[in-house]
Design a protein around this ligand. Structure first.
Ligand code: ADP
Length: 414
């Protein structure tokens, strides 16, 4: 007989009986029985512990399930689960409200029926690509609702593998971004108006300024014997102020043109741009005794040659300009190829910039120095930032006062 098949009560009864009839043979049986009873006790304690742990886990699971259910039901964002063909399998109350259809009618309906044929095609392609790549994806669509409303929504879809029968379903969060879009349109309109305004101001003001500086120069040259020293000084100041303002307007025009004109991106040879810039700036380089080193064969980037030329020219002239008095500028131009991007660096050993101004200097008209010591209009870096952003890149500086500056431009690889 296998003692392990007996219940605890049966074992206790057998043990009692054996103990009531002591004999040598029974003594061995009593020992075996006591061992089995002990083993069973240990198992019982273990089982109780496991049971307690299981109950705790179940309780935690129930709590977390109720938390998620609560979140799903009360989420202010529409949430639906769709089958690969676009049929809605699940929808939370926010989705029901957004789509204006009772939940029981929504389940089994195709999401494409809320869209026009063009968007329905885009949605089908979106679902297919989500399922194929297994990666989350986003899509902006316009819903066509029963009451005639056409809200713009942003879909954030995430594929989820379900049971074999359900196939690959996609979880879709639907956010109504109509108000955001309307605000964006207003902002774009304001921006366009501002750009048009600054464009026409800088364009129209240049002509009278040129007239002022030209006439001042003519009087200074052709009538120098007819005017006294004081008047000559005043005329010279008029001329140089007009020239300075003309330069500012030219830069402002460049800045607003950058926002208006279309930018065509293509492979650009940076080494060629630098070579041409060094020739163009030969005069100032020789005059200042600058030492410029350029890394051989800089990496190619994807951008616009004209715009990148503008950016690098601004960085180069700044690197030559912002040096302590009496010191010859030293500039090093280099490039580094990353996985998808290239970082170009224009580093100088000049006066440097306090880190608290690293962002500010890229804003229009922000200057850290007086015009007499370092002339300029405060637009060069604003042009550089806008230009780089139009080429889908970014620009930043790392620098400390007295330790030179390194301006970095990150652009897509060619
Ligand atoms: P501008 O040089 O015409 O004043 P920028 O927009 O090119 O205008 O530069 C803005 C400000 O940033 C400059 O006035 C200067 O204070 C600072 N700056 C730019 N480049 C450098 C540099 N290489 N070293 C130190 N300061 C710089």
């Amino acid at each position: 007989m296998d003692l392990r098949t007996l219940t605890k009560e049966q074992l206790a009864a057998s043990l009692r009986e054996l103990q009531e009839h002591p004999s040598e043979a029974n003594a061995e049986a009593i020992g075996r029985l006591q061992n089995v009873v002990q083993e069973i006790e240990v198992h019982r304690v273990e089982l109780e512990m496991q049971n307690r742990a299981l109950q705790e886990t179940r309780h935690e699971l129930e709590q977390s399930l109720s938390r998620y259910a609560d979140l799903y039901e009360n989420l202010p964002i529409g949430y639906i689960i769709v089958r690969p063909d676009g049929e809605i399998a699940c929808a939370n109350p926010a989705a029901v409200e957004l789509l204006q259809v009772p939940r029981q009618q929504l389940i089994g309906r195709f999401f494409g029926t809320f869209l026009d044929p063009y968007d329905a095609g885009r949605f089908a392609a979106h679902l297919e690509s989500c399922g194929q790549t297994g990666r989350p994806a986003q899509l902006e669509l316009t819903l066509r609702l029963r009451d005639g409303a056409t809200p713009t929504v942003q879909l954030s879809s995430r594929p989820a593998t379900m049971s074999a029968t359900e196939g690959k379903q996609v979880h879709v969060a639907i956010t109504d971004i109509s108000e955001l879009k309307a605000a964006q349109r207003v902002l774009e309109e304001i921006n366009r108006e501002q750009e048009a305004f600054s464009y026409s101001i800088s364009h129209d003001l240049r002509a009278p300024l040129v007239t002022i500086s030209n006439y001042a120069r003519i009087v200074l040259n052709d009538h120098k014997d007819d005017i006294d020293e004081e008047s000559r000084g005043m005329l010279q100041r008029i001329e140089s102020a007009a020239v300075r303002m003309e330069e500012t307007l030219k830069n402002l025009l460049e800045y607003s043109t950058l926002a208006r004109d279309e930018v065509v991106l293509q492979a650009v040879n940076v080494s060629e741009i630098i070579r041409d810039l060094l020739i163009e700036h030969r005069g100032i380089i020789q005059q200042s005794g600058a030492q410029i080193s350029v890394e051989p064969s800089l990496p190619m980037v994807r951008g616009s040659r004209v715009i990148l030329n503008q950016v690098l020219a601004n960085l180069l002239t700044n690197a030559l300009k912002y040096t302590p008095a009496g010191q010859a500028p030293r500039v090093h131009i280099s490039g580094e190829v990353g996985e998808r991007t290239v970082v170009l660096r224009v580093a100088d050993e000049g006066i440097g910039i306090d880190p608290k101004f690293h962002e500010r200097i890229f804003r229009i008209f922000e200057r850290l120095h007086g015009y007499t010591r370092y002339p300029g209009s405060g637009i060069g870096l604003a042009i550089a930032r806008r230009a780089v952003e139009r080429m889908r890149g970014r620009i930043w500086v790392s620098s400390e006062p007295g330790k030179g500056s390194c301006f970095c431009i990150e652009l897509p690889r060619a």
